[in-house]
Design a protein around this ligand. Structure first.
Ligand code: NG1
Length: 359
């Protein structure tokens, strides 16, 4: 059996694909795959509610119909094949307590779990670094090519900790979350469909950041930030008429740094302000929020949260809400009343769990 958890990103949004550190945590909810090795190349998977899928693992797999979950299974097989070649298939069953399409990275968790199941069935050991070489590209097979945050968090997180993920070079630092801190994940009920228009907007945001960097002449965002203050970077953006995406990326990088310090120092007020500043930057500079997410953040603050922000790719999806543990019920109930007209079904208490390789 293998198990890969979902994640919620606490802070560091739309900067992982620019190679900058991010701070997600894995959840105690995961996708589990029970598997048995086969002696041929068939991959046969059943998943209660989603039915049965079967295909032959051959070189050069192509996607099936858009939106079919078989693509995630194929993505894992194809990612492995690209590095190690095709192997024997498996008979597998999938179980999950991770809500799908809720901004908790269930799709990345499925790709991670399937990749680990196929590798283990074939007695192929793979290091965290090797997995991180193939997994983000595997996701591209399904249609998106984000950064590596979701896979790194699902693989390498530690119980009770947030994961500070650095990409250049790849490293994960486990930051203990103060015992009194609590997080909720609340769904805006605005669906951010990963295919189609949202995918194009996601890519446009990425391109805007890359184009602004090109105009500065720096080789990377890390180089642009190195040794400079936020003010100096603001002056640079104004002088070169850079797109607002530049300021989002560099200020978000500073916010991640400060958020880690706030966590180390148990400074919940600062951590809350950083979440709000991140949301404002995503809303005003990247323009990836929506009225429902903005109202959700306002409702969280009116209910006694210390901070809240949209989490994940944006254009809908979820907000992460931060409060003192003692205020959890008050904030939860306030949100149910203010945002959900009494229906508590769309809020989850997010507790930091272990990643797939640490469980
Ligand atoms: P979501 O939309 O939450 O799956 C996406 C990317 C992340 C990151 C965030 C924005 C994938 C699998 N995930 O997350 O890498 O770029 O957007 O911070 O593409």
């Amino acid at each position: 059996m293998v198990s890969a958890p979902g994640r919620v990103n606490l802070i560091g949004e739309h900067i992982d694909y620019h190679g900058l550190p991010v701070l997600p945590m894995a959840l105690r909810r995961s996708i589990r795959i029970h598997f048995q090795a086969r002696a041929d190349c068939q991959i046969r998977v059943s998943s209660g509610a989603y039915g049965h899928r079967e295909f032959a693992w051959t070189p050069g797999l192509t996607p099936v119909a858009r939106g079919d979950w078989e693509n995630y299974l194929r993505a894992a097989a194809q990612a492995i094949a690209g590095k190690w070649g095709v192997m024997n298939g498996i008979d597998a069953t999938i179980a999950s307590d991770l809500p799908p399409a809720a901004g908790l990275s269930s799709s990345s968790a499925l790709i991670v779990a399937m990749t680990l199941a196929l590798l283990r069935a074939n007695h192929r050991a793979a290091s965290f670094e090797e997995l991180m070489e193939i997994l983000p590209d595997g996701e591209q097979f399904v249609g998106t090519r984000g950064g590596g945050m979701d896979h790194a968090a699902s693989l390498a997180s530690r119980e009770g900790c947030a994961s500070l993920i650095e990409f250049v070079p790849l490293a994960v630092h486990h930051i203990p979350i103060p015992a009194d801190w609590a997080f909720l994940v609340a769904d805006s009920l605005q669906i951010a469909e990963k295919s189609g228009a949202v995918r194009e907007r996601y890519n446009a945001v990425r391109t805007a950041g890359t184009e602004a960097l090109r105009q500065t002449g720096f080789a990377s965002y890390a180089e642009a930030i190195q040794g400079r203050t936020e003010e100096e970077l603001g002056d640079l953006a104004a002088a070169k008429h850079l797109s607002p995406a530049f300021l989002h990326v560099v200020t978000e990088a500073f916010r991640v740094r400060h958020a880690v310090e706030a966590m180390h120092e148990d400074d919940s007020a600062l951590f809350g302000r950083l979440l709000l500043a991140s949301h404002a930057s995503l809303r005003d500079r990247l323009e990836i929020s929506c009225p429902a997410l903005d109202r959700l953040v306002d409702a969280a603050m009116a209910s006694g949260a210390l901070g809240a922000r949209l989490t994940g790719g944006g254009f809908g999806g979820c907000a992460v809400v931060f409060c003192h543990r003692g205020d959890l019920s008050k904030v939860h109930d306030g949100l149910v009343e203010r945002f959900y007209s009494g229906n508590p079904a769309h809020i989850l208490h997010a507790e930091p769990g272990p990643g797939a390789v640490n469980s």
